[in-house]
Design a protein around this ligand. Structure first.
Ligand code: GDP
Length: 477
């Protein structure tokens, strides 16, 4: 018999994330907290947890580590992203929160668009990424950076789960961040929250009232009903997850977005993640550096310093950085130049090494992994729901203990550029049935090293999956 991950987590009194961490440590493959795991692994985990919980004398070292864990490093505000299907109310929800929860510092004060804004709630500050949608979220993730801690998936109560809802959920799961489903438009007569909750189950999201772990909140972005509770759920998750950052540590930030202003020059919106960002600091981003000439916060006020979870806009780079690039600071201009020079030479070396590697096939890699679980990550795109279900049905029957076919996203219609980004963050292959990628999507695939293949016959697509599992597919460069 098999046990669901969240059921086991509940039984052992662990939160889901902790349970997933344990599984990761053990090298167990799973799709989400609602995936099932085998009996022997369940036993192993029960034994491990029992051992952990057995009373023991903490060593000095553990004590010190613990003190550093909680006492030393303060909590920081959670950073939230809002995703979901078009027209389901993402922008309206952001607008409502901005209107009601952002206290402009002076009467008539205007807020500045710095990529995110701070909402003040009764349970503390919550930072919202200003650009809704999973495209923005994934373009940041595609560079390996993580900017959001929690995702809100907005679903219109009169429309339920739609293709982009599935995409948004896939993106949040791939990022391994907790999500809350906001069932919106509850003020409409056609609102059917029960249907939304039922439909969520098909995505592996089991609402709490059905015994699962998925938090849902019924809201109206128009009237504001339920938004207060939604904010409370966010704070609750933040308290459970304990997002922390050291304001005195080394500065680390991520570029949320950047643009050129005709008068001011390059304006870069940065989320401070750790440490402190100060005016006059030297910063390095990618292979460029700059000095912070001026900095404003989301209230449009000029500030001199900013700590963790603070969104700011800075002036100081000469080139426009890409969203998702990490920003670090240097002691002085000399050190900034050195970091850039090192990055340039490392990139050149990596490029040379990559051209050597291409001479080997994936077979060599898989040969070395003989006996281990083989896993393929897939994004499936098909012309109809029927063909999609047929393909998934066949793939599901192929799964065995050491063959893991992980369908990250299954959707109707041609693949998008955001599918390519999702695939590139998870080394997934995009397989299409009776739909073809548009030229820009093909190009994005080539640039990111993501295979995008189209099939007209279901069994040819399945054969391709078999080849991927065997490691027989030659990488396309
Ligand atoms: P987005 O594409 O997800 O950003 O959706 P928008 O926020 O632009 O909303 C799409 C449409 O739905 C707009 O006409 C909104 O006025 C409307 N809308 C959004 N939230 C609600 C709601 O809670 N109730 C009602 N009745 N309409 C809403």
């Amino acid at each position: 018999s098999k046990v669901r991950i969240y059921t086991l987590a509940k039984e052992l009194g662990l939160d889901n994330q902790k349970m997933l961490d344990v599984l990761n440590d053990l090298g167990v493959n799973y799709k989400s907290a609602s995936s099932t795991i085998d009996d022997d692994i369940v036993e192993l985990i029960r034994a491990m947890v029992a051992e952990e919980q057995a009373p023991k004398q903490p060593t000095k070292k553990e004590d010190a580590a613990k003190a550093e864990d909680d006492g030393g490093i303060p909590l920081r505000a959670p950073v939230v992203t809002i995703m979901g299907h078009v027209d389901h109310g993402k922008t309206s929800l952001l607008d409502y929160i901005r209107k009601t929860k952002v206290a402009a510092k002076e009467a008539g004060g205007i807020t500045q668009h710095v990529g995110a804004f701070e909402a003040k709630t009764s349970r503390g500050k919550i930072v919202f990424i200003d650009t809704p949608g999973h495209e923005a979220f994934t373009s940041i993730r595609a560079r390996g950076a993580k900017v959001a801690d929690i995702a809100i998936i907005v679903v219109a109560a009169d429309d339920s789960i739609m293709p982009q809802t599935r995409e948004a959920v896939a993106h949040a799961k791939a990022a391994n961040i907790p999500l809350i489903v906001a069932i919106n438009k509850m003020d409409l007569p056609g609102a059917d929250p029960q249907k939304v909750k039922n439909d969520l189950m098909a995505l592996g999201l089991v609402p709490e009232e059905f015994g699962g772990q998925t938090i849902t909140a019924e809201i109206s972005a128009k009237t504001g009903a339920g938004v207060e509770e939604l904010l409370e759920y966010i704070s609750l998750i933040a308290e459970l997850e304990e997002f922390r950052a050291d304001p005195n540590g080394e500065f680390k930030g991520v570029v949320v977005e950047a643009k050129v202003d005709k008068q001011a020059g390059v304006l870069t919106n940065i989320m401070v993640q750790e440490g402190q960002l100060n005016v006059s600091d030297f910063l390095v981003v990618g292979e460029n550096y700059g000095k912070v000439k001026a900095m404003v916060d989301s209230y449009g006020e000029r500030i001199k310093k900013a700590g963790p979870s603070t969104p700011v806009q800075i002036l100081g780079f000469s080139e426009v950085p890409q969203s998702g690039e990490m920003v670090v600071s240097a002691k002085n201009e000399h050190e900034a130049r050195e970091i850039v020079a090192k990055r340039v030479s490392e990139r050149r070396e990596a490029e040379e090494a990559a051209s050597t590697r291409r001479k080997f096939s994936l077979n060599d890699v898989f040969g070395a992994l003989e006996g281990e679980t083989r896993e393929v990550n897939l994004i499936l795109r098909a012309d109809t729901q029927g063909s999609l279900e047929a393909i998934q049905g066949i793939l599901a029957r192929k799964k065995t203990d050491d063959l893991n076919i992980n369908v990250m996203l299954a959707g109707i219609g041609a693949p998008s550029e955001s599918d390519v980004l999702l695939a590139s963050t998870a080394s997934a292959t995009i397989l299409c049935f009776n739909v073809t990628a548009a030229p820009p999507v093909k190009k994005a695939g080539e640039q990111k090293g993501v295979d995008v293949k189209t099939f007209r016959i279901i069994y040819e697509l399945i054969d391709e999956v078999d080849r991927l599992l065997k490691g027989e597919v030659e990488p396309v460069y």
